[in-house]
Design a protein around this ligand. Structure first.
Ligand code: AHR
Length: 661
């Protein structure tokens, strides 16, 4: 264990031998006791553009590499034309180049330049989206494109003015047209955005978007985009409705974004800069993603804040602490780069500007940009993460201090969340906490990915944390089972740990499982909470656990004595009250292979009903990974001031008692 005294484990769960499991366990809860006020916002989510979580994921854009900005920095065989096929139909002839001589915007330097010599049945481009474009019969799709007509006419009779008709199609991979629209590009040679609506006539999972120029000439194309009209909440430049809904169903109390390692980046040039991600999408600065692909930042800071608001979650953005990831340029811990001190004042200002962007009046410089995007009201930012799992070097500390003190001076209302390195203990952990203690940082972000047994063995971790010190945000955690599978065993280890977080939610204010999303076939990290393709979403048992704890949160923890206790722990419980409804909520986790008889003594509740609702998550085998069969099942349960309940083998049970207060 680390030197920090607050981590000296209590012997809370560790007195008796495993043999006591043959006996029934008694739980005693005194509902008349005032209990302990706890964070009502304990369970939220951490979103990072990892595993194609944003482009090709939550962002509903269906075209891949829409702005021709893919390049070899992200993947060695990528270029601006990756995912684009030059198509010449029915005798069409012409040429295609990548052009950077007259960009739509300097942040978006490349476009496709097409010369059409013979029209045939059309010359243009085809894009397969992300593993094929999934469309549904009868649904509407919004197409847009930036065009710049440089010439009209073929070969010897070029005319500098005129019009070029474009046919826009959804095609099956066999070339059957299943949706079509027309737009007309016209000179003068300035970029113009054209829009059209397509309605799919068939449902397919692997359509292509095809844009055909239907007359001779020279035309530049950029920002070729296709969105389903039905985005989440119908937002423009919106989110994929089914994925966003699955996330909303978690009822996350907060959303941490946009990363992760993504934030502090692969070297200084790769730091995530929030200002690059706002404004008209064609003006945003796409960038190499640290997870070795490209991020268009179509899902940018405005959309993140908007999503938080749409799902009722507290926004928790994270900015780099003026240093890059210590593993930058594949250095394994020695690659941290620090912003030169001469540039730090500008960087600090950039961080302060984020608060103005989120909360400032619509008349302020940055608040005006938020208003221009359609949100004159403030987003109500209260928390800001500074740093992610950084190596706690003198360079880090100096820069973190600058940002922290500037924020305290200018925006004392913002709770800054510090960082404690990438592990549950060790040098960076201790140093991160030391920095936080010295500067009196109000909250510290901890991260750990551990074996399931570690979570069972560390149920007392936060019992000993110093209540006078910083609060904790457990920003990333997950139980990593063998082959990094999403097993029932891993989910129950997380559930057991969550009972300990609830017990300690006076000091642990937030906790988020990580990572959240993974597109099948494009996954750099596992396990994840939700897997998806273009059409399907697969939940995990870990998702069910997160949802059960989130939906059944409370704001008061009621002391719960469990006897006998056993070592190693295989049973964990917590009891909370939700003061808005008055409901009492018991959570019982049995990690054992046999059912556990429980005697539950619930004293001091005047309005105890005769029945409650129990929701059980269990499966026949803790190795199981199938979240369709291992899913929460709810049913009534008879209760009394003292009642018996048998917790099934390998199970989480939530008993929700309406007390009609
Ligand atoms: O959650 C995946 C990664 O794990 C995050 O980017 C990083 O913070 C951690 O190492």
């Amino acid at each position: 264990m680390p030197a920090r005294p607050r981590l000296a484990a209590l012997a809370l769960l560790g007195a008796l031998s495993a043999s006591v499991f043959a006996q029934p366990i008694t739980l005693k809860i005194d509902a008349s006791a005032p209990g302990k006020a706890i964070s009502p916002d304990l369970v939220g989510i951490f979103f990072e553009d990892l595993n194609y979580a944003a482009d090709g994921g939550l962002h509903a854009e269906l075209v891949q590499n829409r702005s021709f900005e893919y390049n070899a920095a992200a993947q060695t065989d990528w270029s601006p034309l990756t995912c684009w096929e030059f198509v010449k139909r029915g005798g069409g002839a012409g040429s295609l180049w990548v052009d950077d001589s007259g960009p739509v915007h300097p942040n978006n330097p490349h476009s496709a330049l097409i010369q059409i010599l013979d029209t045939g049945e059309g010359v243009g481009l085809s894009n397969p989206g992300f593993d094929g474009i999934a469309v549904r019969a009868g649904e509407t799709y919004d197409f847009s494109i930036f065009t710049r007509v440089l010439n009209v006419g073929a070969r010897r009779d070029n005319r500098p003015v005129g019009k070029l008709p474009l046919s826009v199609r959804l095609e099956t991979k066999d070339g059957v047209v299943i949706g079509e629209a027309s737009v007309e590009a016209s000179s003068p040679a300035e970029w113009k955005q054209l829009t059209a609506t397509l309605t799919a006539t068939q449902s397919v999972t692997d359509a292509r978007l095809v844009v055909l120029v239907k007359a001779p000439g020279l035309i530049a194309l950029d920002e070729i985009s296709l969105f389903p009209r039905a985005t989440f909440k119908g937002r423009k430049n919106g989110l994929r409705a089914d994925l966003a809904q699955i996330i909303a169903d978690l009822r996350p109390k907060f959303i941490r974004f946009p990363g992760g390692c993504l934030v502090h980046g692969d070297g200084l040039s790769n730091l995530y800069r929030w200002k690059d991600t706002i404004g008209p999408v064609e003006q945003r600065k796409g960038r190499r993603n640290i997870w070795r692909y490209h991020q268009s930042v179509g899902l940018g800071y405005f959309e993140y804040f908007q999503f938080c608001e749409d799902v009722g979650a507290i926004p928790i953005p994270v900015v780099a602490a003026g240093v890059s990831c210590q593993n930058s340029t594949r250095t394994r811990g020695t690659g941290q780069q620090a912003i030169p001190m001469s540039e730090m004042p500008a960087y600090v200002q950039e961080v302060l500007d984020l608060v103005e962007y989120a909360n400032g009046p619509a008349t302020s410089t940055w608040g005006a940009k938020r208003a221009a995007a359609g949100h004159p009201e403030p987003f109500g930012l209260k928390y800001l993460g500074v740093g992610n799992e950084d190596k706690i070097t003198p360079e880090f500390t100096e820069r973190f201090r600058m940002i922290f003190e500037a924020m305290k001076a200018k925006h004392p209302e913002i709770v800054v969340i510090g960082t404690s390195g990438p592990a549950s203990d060790g040098e960076d952990f201790d140093r991160g906490w030391k920095v936080a203690d010295e500067l009196r940082v109000p909250m510290v972000d901890e991260h750990y990915y551990k074996r399931p047994q570690w979570f069972w063995d560390n149920l007392a971790r936060y019992d000993a944390y110093d209540r006078a010190g910083a609060a904790v945000y457990l920003g990333e955690y997950a139980a990593h089972d063998d082959r990094r599978r999403n097993t029932l065993r891993s989910a129950l280890a997380e559930a057991a740990f969550l009972t300990s977080l609830e017990r300690n939610a006076d000091i642990v204010h937030f906790a988020s499982y990580a990572p959240l999303l993974a597109r099948r076939g494009h996954t750099q990290w596992s396990p994840d909470m939700i897997y998806f393709t273009g059409t399907d979403i697969t939940l995990t048992i870990n998702y069910h656990v997160q949802q059960l704890f989130s939906v059944n949160h409370g704001d008061t923890h009621l002391a719960t004595t469990v006897s006998p206790l056993a070592t190693p722990a295989r049973f964990a419980a917590s009891s909370v009250r939700d003061s808005r409804t008055g409901d009492l909520i018991l959570k019982l986790v049995n990690g054992d292979a046999s059912a556990k008889p429980l005697r539950i003594e619930l004293t001091g509740e005047k309005n105890l009903p005769a029945t409650a609702v129990k929701t059980v998550l269990t499966g026949p085998d803790e190795n199981t990974t199938d979240a369709r069969t291992v899913r929460p099942e709810s049913s009534p349960i008879s209760i009394a001031p003292a009642f018996d309940y048998e917790a099934p083998a390998h199970s989480l049970t939530v008993i929700r008692i309406e007390t009609r207060r």
